[in-house]
Design a protein around this ligand. Structure first.
Ligand code: CP
Ligand code: NVA
Length: 313
């Protein structure tokens, strides 16, 4: 059975640490990996837009001697004339690994269930594990370790990145506090909270939902933001969402309740004046572009891991 990555908790703590170590080595010695994926092909299936995911995966394959194919679902028979099951079986005969950015978790799960090759979730409505590997690598680079980490997330709780940040804390054993609007369609799905509780019981991590951003951010090392208007959310909802989310905007006053050397992160794309102020994302605490760069290194390491290649040179 191939290994798939549908959400960050598909990996163990030890595996995540190995992939981060590999990513840091790849970043330091990229040329040592120039032939590592020679003759290997990645298919990149996209149902939603992307800058970072598309470019970093394609560049990563090129830099390791392999090839990446961009395949837009809009131009494919997938889900219309061809089932996901058949698509996964056919792709398994042509390429070595697939990454899929799709609207629903069901598509990722069906691809994985029918594929003889690794399937990487590159964002659905439930998880964004590639982003997590890059984020954890970036925190290790900036802070030295994940041990004792306290992180807060403010904004949309009914959200792929939020869910995987919570799972990351639960697997790795750090503290994660989240705050955002409540009510139907805005809250963390119970299944995610249950999974985090199960994982925290083993790892010693803590995951909690707070009533206010101030409560979530008190004394933390990292504050994280994601878009209030995730891909696929209609522009018609913009004003309603601004009204609901504005109390959870990350601004300069909120940074004051965190540790003095707090790090600000955003998976990007970002909207200044929405999930954070321009002063925060363009200010001295922000590391968002170092974070974005690590998508490349972390995914190269992930590809090697899933294809059974050594991660160190
Ligand atoms: N963070 C992230 O996944 O960015 P893209 O949507 O540009 O791929
Ligand atoms: N929550 C965002 C993440 C983008 C990388 C979205 O789904 O659009």
């Amino acid at each position: 059975m191939p290994r798939h990555l549908t959400k960050i908790s598909d990996l163990s703590k030890e595996e995540i640490l190995r992939i981060i170590e590999g990513a840091r080595n790849i970043k330091a010695h990229p040329l040592a990996y120039a032939e590592r994926l020679k003759n290997k092909t990645l298919l990149m299936l996209f149902e939603k837009p992307s800058l970072r995911t598309r470019v970093s995966f394609e560049v990563g394959m090129t830099q390791m001697g392999g090839h990446a194919i961009f395949y837009s679902v809009a131009d494919s028979p997938l889900g219309k004339k061809e089932s996901i099951e058949d698509t996964a079986k056919v792709l398994s005969r042509f390429v070595d690994v697939v990454m899929a950015r799709v609207n629903t978790r069901k598509t990722v799960q069906e691809l994985a269930a029918n594929s003889a090759i690794p399937i990487i979730n590159a964002l659905d409505d439930f998880a964004h594990p590639c982003q997590m590997l890059c984020d954890l690598q970036t925190i290790v680079e900036k802070r030295g370790t994940l041990e004792g980490l306290k992180m807060a997330y403010c904004g949309d709780l009914h959200n792929n990145v939020t869910y995987d940040l919570m799972r990351s804390a639960a697997v790795m054993g750090f503290d994660m506090s989240v705050a955002g609007p409540s009510g139907p369609g805005f809250e963390v799905e119970p299944e995610v909270l249950e999974e985090c509780q199960r994982l925290c019981a083993v790892s010693g991590g803590h995951v909690r939902v707070c009533a206010t951003s101030q409560e979530a951010c008190r004394g933390v090392d990292v504050i994280y933001a994601d878009s209030w208007m995730s891909y696929g959310i209609s522009k018609d909802q913009l004003q309603e969402r601004i009204n609901r989310f504005m109390p959870f905007q990350i601004n300069e006053a909120l940074l004051q309740v965190a540790k003095p050397d707090v790090i600000f992160m955003n998976c990007l794309p970002a909207a200044r004046g929405m999930e954070q102020t321009a002063g925060v994302i363009d200010g001295p605490h922000s590391i968002v572009f170092d974070q974005a760069e690590n998508r490349l290194h972390a995914q190269k390491s992930l590809l090697l891991f899933l294809l059974g290649q050594p991660l160190l040179d």
